[in-house]
Design a protein around this ligand. Structure first.
Ligand code: PA5
Length: 329
């Protein structure tokens, strides 16, 4: 997993020069996908918003009720091609005769796309979905541009790739920072704070990477909403709160009021929560800034796993749950 994390940059770079099939023009895009595949939809919703375009993510069965009236182009992302929620949305899109584009390694999604003649981009196989973020996100961004929604992301993917490469360089400063953070977090349940906008989906990615790579509980919350509820809970039970560590992800576009909220929230929770830290984005483009934080989170999750002697690769509970659901279908 350590080398896969270090490969994020080269995945982004290869996505920047990917050959795309002919794509439908889109006024808006609805991205279907779960877990390690679906997070790309959350990232792209923010990138599109920065360009004044609308991309929505859908992480459940079927389609949102507005899909039939707004008629978005549907982009189905499933690394395995066999995720039932995503396939259910694809089936609903087929029923509504919506334009569908697929990103996958094959599976049932690859089959239905080929039967229907939908455009498909096949990403390299043999990885864990969460370790294919650069392929999935980069490809989805290129598809969003190919459908006319956003400008070409290729320059931003290149910037992100260079930045991620420098951060994840073997024995470099990025891994040292990740090891320091992991040492501080190793005895604590981790809560990752982002803010509405670029860092919210990155906080979600940190949480999921810590769950799956380090096999540890972790959650994420988002400013400014968390100031309207979560901070009340911190004072409740020192026995619980003393086992928590909060990492806040910050970005230059957080805005003055959110930055004030982050500072004041830190001040008011400092007496209740055992450990509070901050990681700031680097880079210029929104994509590069998101991916700089992503790289640090990925490294922290691996460093946490290594510190506990845990293999970051397998995710047996996810496989077991999928198998049990399959038996019941
Ligand atoms: O990390 C994982 O393995 C999961 O979150 C999967 O990405 C999720 O279950 C969806 O599977 P897929 O990415 O194959 O559609």
């Amino acid at each position: 997993m350590r080398s896969l994390v270090s490969g994020l940059g080269s995945q982004l770079r290869s996505a920047a020069s990917i050959a795309l099939p002919a794509l439908p023009d889109a006024n808006e895009l609805l991205i279907l996908g779960m877990g390690g595949s679906g997070i790309s939809g959350d990232y792209l919703a923010q990138i599109a918003s920065a360009h004044g375009a609308r991309i929505s993510g859908h992480k459940s069965y079927g389609l949102p009720g507005w899909a039939g009236t707004r008629r978005p182009v549907v982009l189905a992302i499933s690394y395995s091609g066999n995720t039932e929620e995503t396939l259910s949305g694809v089936e609903a899109a087929r029923g509504l005769d919506l334009a569908v584009v697929a990103v996958t390694t094959g599976g049932a999604l690859g089959e239905v796309a080929s039967t229907e003649g939908w455009p498909v981009v096949n990403v390299p196989g043999g990885l864990q979905p969460r370790a294919a973020l650069g392929h999935l996100l980069g490809t989805a961004a290129m598809i969003a541009a190919g459908s006319g929604l956003i400008p070409s992301p290729a320059p931003d993917l290149e910037e992100a790739a260079d930045l991620v490469d420098s951060l994840t360089e073997a024995d470099g400063a990025g891994w040292a920072l990740a090891s320091d953070l992991a040492a501080d977090l190793s005895t604590r349940a981790v809560i990752v704070y982002g803010s509405t906008g670029l860092t919210a989906p990155v906080a979600q990615r940190w949480k999921a990477q810590i769950n799956e790579n380090a096999k540890r509980p972790a959650w994420f919350s988002v400013f400014p909403e968390l100031d309207h509820n979560e901070i009340v809970g911190w004072a409740a039970d020192p026995g619980v709160n003393r086992r928590l560590g909060i990492v806040t992800l910050t970005d230059r576009d957080d805005g003055a009021r959110v930055s004030s909220r982050m500072r004041i929230t830190r001040e008011v929770t400092a007496g209740d929560v055992d450990w509070i830290g901050e990681v700031r984005s680097q880079g210029e483009s929104p994509l590069a800034r998101m991916l700089s934080l992503t790289a640090v989170g990925d490294m922290v999750s691996v460093a946490l796993a290594e510190a506990s002697g845990i293999d970051p690769m397998p995710v047996a509970p996810i496989e077991d749950l999928k198998n049990r659901l399959r038996e019941e279908s």
